[in-house]
Design a protein around this ligand. Structure first.
Ligand SMILES: *[C@@H]1O[C@H](CO)[C@@H](O)[C@H](O)[C@H]1NC(C)=O
Ligand SMILES: *[C@@H]1O[C@H](CO)[C@@H](O)[C@H](O)[C@H]1NC(C)=O
Ligand SMILES: *[C@@H]1O[C@H](CO)[C@@H](O)[C@H](O)[C@H]1NC(C)=O
Length: 311
């Protein structure tokens, strides 16, 4: 009955829909806002459009599917993405938003925080802590199925993110808000040294990239990030209390992967057949280490600019 009433309301009063939606959310625990998850599409997107990241593909699709399968999860899903720039971290976080909400990344329930924008001054940590807590709690009161993406965590003042600690655990429902249905994604380059080292050793040993196992990396990333004073998670309780569901490593990309990025972006521009541009952009990247030149130092980051140059 309530649901039918709500459909009627939202149909007839689109401009004031938000008010009714809020009301509906407060009285009905089944309110899932704009939440229309499509796990199949998410998996397809991950496997088709993210290059060279077998670990991230597996972990993200696995964890998201598991989390959404559970109608009343015991704790929120907290994923922490790590790896060098241009390896696909932001891309994967957008895919989450795109396949979980009706209005994709522009959904009012996908919240993105960028430290240089939202928390630029290190000495204001105290004020930022209050603001961040109020925002997240306010957002969760509006919609329990919210996604919070924290970009560039390495630029986040130390100590700030810990204000979310009570919300990330198996906390009880507070003021009718269910904190346990939220998804948090932390993104940072911190931990890249650990990941890149494992990838390099693997490569030097002549092994396949896919032989890199997650077990080799979980604890090492946690340690590196915890001990790094520019990771946003320096000596963080969130790590100490094991509130991060999974650390997701993004491996450094080889020339083959960079060229796949180029090819895919060329196709999007209707120039699928320009193998000369693929070749030129691939050859124009800087590869490290100097002995072996295995990995692109900027991943796929500068690909669009270089395509513009060579096309
Ligand atoms: C939700 O978060 C945004 C930041 O993404 C903030 O501007 C807004 O005020 C928050 N909403 C509430 C109700 O607190
Ligand atoms: C800490 O993290 C930053 C950001 O990713 C990185 O540049 C730096 O090398 C790391 N420091 C150490 C000691 O690993
Ligand atoms: C961060 O750690 C590095 C060494 O790991 C140290 O040299 C530096 O002074 C530290 N910075 C701060 C702000 O504590």
């Amino acid at each position: 009955m309530l649901a039918r009433l709500f459909v009627l309301f939202s149909f007839f009063c689109n401009p004031v829909c938000c008010v009714f939606q809020k009301l509906y959310c407060t009285i009905s625990d089944s309110c899932d806002c704009d939440f229309k998850p499509n796990i199949r599409d998410l998996e397809w997107d991950l496997y088709k459009n993210v290059y060279g990241q077998h670990l991230a593909q597996d972990i993200v699709s696995e964890e998201v599917a598991r989390f959404l399968h559970n109608k009343s999860p015991s704790r929120p899903l907290v994923l922490s993405f790590h790896g060098s720039s241009g390896t696909g971290k932001t891309l994967v976080s957008s895919m989450l938003g795109n396949h979980l909400y009706g209005s994709a990344m522009s959904s009012p329930y996908v919240h993105q925080f960028v430290p240089t924008l939202h928390f630029p001054l290190p000495h204001r940590v105290k004020q930022y802590r209050e603001e961040l807590k109020d925002w997240v709690q306010g957002n969760l009161t509006e919609c329990a199925r919210s996604v919070f993406i924290f970009d560039e965590m390495e630029k986040m003042p130390p100590g700030l993110i810990d204000v979310l600690e009570p919300l990330l655990g198996p906390s009880h429902v507070v003021f009718r808000t269910n904190y346990r249905k939220a998804i948090y994604v932390f993104i940072s380059t911190a931990g890249e040294e650990v990941i890149n080292k494992v990838a390099l050793e693997n490569r030097q040993a002549g092994r396949e990239r896919e032989e890199i196992k997650l077990d080799d990396l979980q604890e090492a990333i946690a340690q590196a990030v915890y001990n790094n004073n520019t990771s946003g998670l320096f000596q963080s309780n969130i790590i100490q209390q094991k509130l991060i569901t999974r650390f997701v490593p993004f491996l450094p990309l080889s020339r083959y992967h960079v060229e796949r990025c180029v090819h895919s972006q060329l196709c999007q521009r209707g120039s699928c057949s320009r193998n000369d541009v693929v070749e030129a952009v691939g050859g124009d990247m800087i590869y490290t280490p100097s002995k072996g030149k295995y990995f692109s130092s900027t991943g796929c980051k500068t690909v669009p600019a270089k395509i513009n140059f060579f096309l």
